[in-house]
Design a protein around this ligand. Structure first.
Ligand SMILES: [Zn+2]
Length: 401
């Protein structure tokens, strides 16, 4: 039997640097006293760790503005204003959002490109991202390369290869998006691709209202519908990484046609297309058309109200299935479902209680995302920051003296 070697001081220091940076990333600026208390280390150890992170250009010590004015204001340690940043990309059917995001989740610059609602080829998306990357770099005033790029896609992503297996509403099949992007982006840029609902769940679980909630579902409803599931405090991935595709569970094989090729999928009852169909509006869905149905429903238009109620009922039933299957504490409704929740919360909750088993249905709490429409985008940023946060000494080209 061999004994495992004790952690070397270097490993402990790396570990502690990562912890300090993670606290600042998730909570914003903190005093040295707060950090000392959180890590349960001595003041001098914390002093050395903060010193290292300052030296690395990751954090800065600042005097917060707007203090109480009594006594000497205490310094706080926060993200460095000119520190490293990542590029986060949220690819959806109708638009591609590209943003430069700093430590702490600050969106430094953003570019929104509308693609219409016809299937955009991956090569075109890659061109948009390459242009937008240059744009956000200029607007954010950063003359250094990002530490990584995280990409959110509305489809299933192989957890081992990063390949998009299928994105039904984009009509993508087996697309090596990472490689296509790498051909058009600056060399050696680390690119990671993941599913949109999974990333939205990640952002909310790391830094939003699902923090500390170990049983949690982020239900993302756009043109497509998918779930990002956290169970036992960890993302539920499945063997290939495809878990959470509840939008394509067939509830009625004779139902409306779905983009995945089947009929009567959950998505055809609760996606944006369902709302427009029930409201008698033309397809394919656009953000403007969806906004118009909501505006009409708020103005008591009968057809629009009936459409909202129809989707709300189907949504409550879909959540009931999730509740019976995984017994979550909290379900967050993102994408266009957030506004549906504003208008028809009562109907959604009524259907949920009606269709879920009593016990698991009793305590589940429905809510809107902390980050609004940015949950998936900020999840993509989390993905791109993961390596740096796990080992702050990994910052390219930087050495602590
Ligand atoms: Zn389907």
């Amino acid at each position: 039997m061999s004994l495992s070697p004790a952690a070397r001081p270097d490993a402990i220091r790396r570990h502690n640097l990562a912890l300090v940076l993670d606290h600042i990333h998730r909570d914003g600026a903190l005093t040295r006293a707060q950090l000392t208390q959180r890590l349960a280390v001595s003041r001098s150890t914390m002093g050395a760790l903060v010193g290292d992170l300052i030296e690395l250009g990751l954090v800065a010590e600042i005097v917060p503005v707007g203090g109480s004015g009594v006594g000497r204001p205490s310094h706080v340690v926060g993200p460095h204003a000119a520190g490293p940043y990542v590029v986060a990309v949220d690819v959806d059917v109708t638009q591609v959002i590209t943003a430069a995001v700093g430590i702490g989740g600050d969106v430094l610059a953003r570019s929104v490109k509308h693609t219409g609602s016809v299937a955009t080829p991956p090569e075109e998306v890659a061109e948009i991202v390459a242009d937008s990357l240059r744009e956000v770099r200029t607007t954010s005033g950063r003359d250094v390369a990002p530490v990584g790029i995280g990409v959110s896609v509305p489809g299933t992503v192989d957890r081992h290869t990063g390949q998009v297996a299928v994105a039904p509403n984009l009509e993508w099949h087996d697309v090596a998006l990472g490689r296509i992007l790498a051909d058009r982006l600056p060399a050696r840029l680390r690119i990671t691709v993941a599913n949109d609902a999974d990333l939205a769940a990640l952002a909310e679980h790391r830094r939003g209202a699902a923090r500390g909630i170990d049983e949690f579902v982020f239900l993302l409803g756009r043109i497509g519908v998918g779930a990002g599931i956290i169970t036992n405090g960890r993302p539920l991935r499945g063997i290939d990484g495809y878990a959470g595709e509840i939008g394509h569970n067939v509830v009625d094989a004779k139902g409306p046609a779905c983009h995945c090729g089947k009929h009567g999928c959950v998505e055809t009852y609760i996606g944006e297309g369902a709302l427009l169909r029930l409201a008698g509006r033309p397809q394919p869905p656009t953000d403007e058309a969806t906004a118009a149905v909501f505006a009409d429903a708020r103005g008591n238009d009968r057809e629009a109200l009936a459409a909202v109620r129809g989707v709300a009922e189907a949504l409550g039933r879909a959540i009931a299935t999730l509740v019976n299957t995984i017994n979550p504490q909290r379900v967050m409704l993102g994408g266009y479902l957030s506004e549906l929740f504003d208008i028809a919360r009562h109907e959604i909750e009524y259907a949920l209680r009606e269709y879920a088993l009593d016990a698991p249905g009793q305590h589940v709490q429905l809510m809107k995302p902390t980050f609004g429409d940015d949950s998936a985008l900020l999840g993509a940023a989390e993905l791109a920051f993961a390596e740096l946060l796990a080992d702050p000494l990994s910052v390219a080209g930087v050495r602590v003296v």
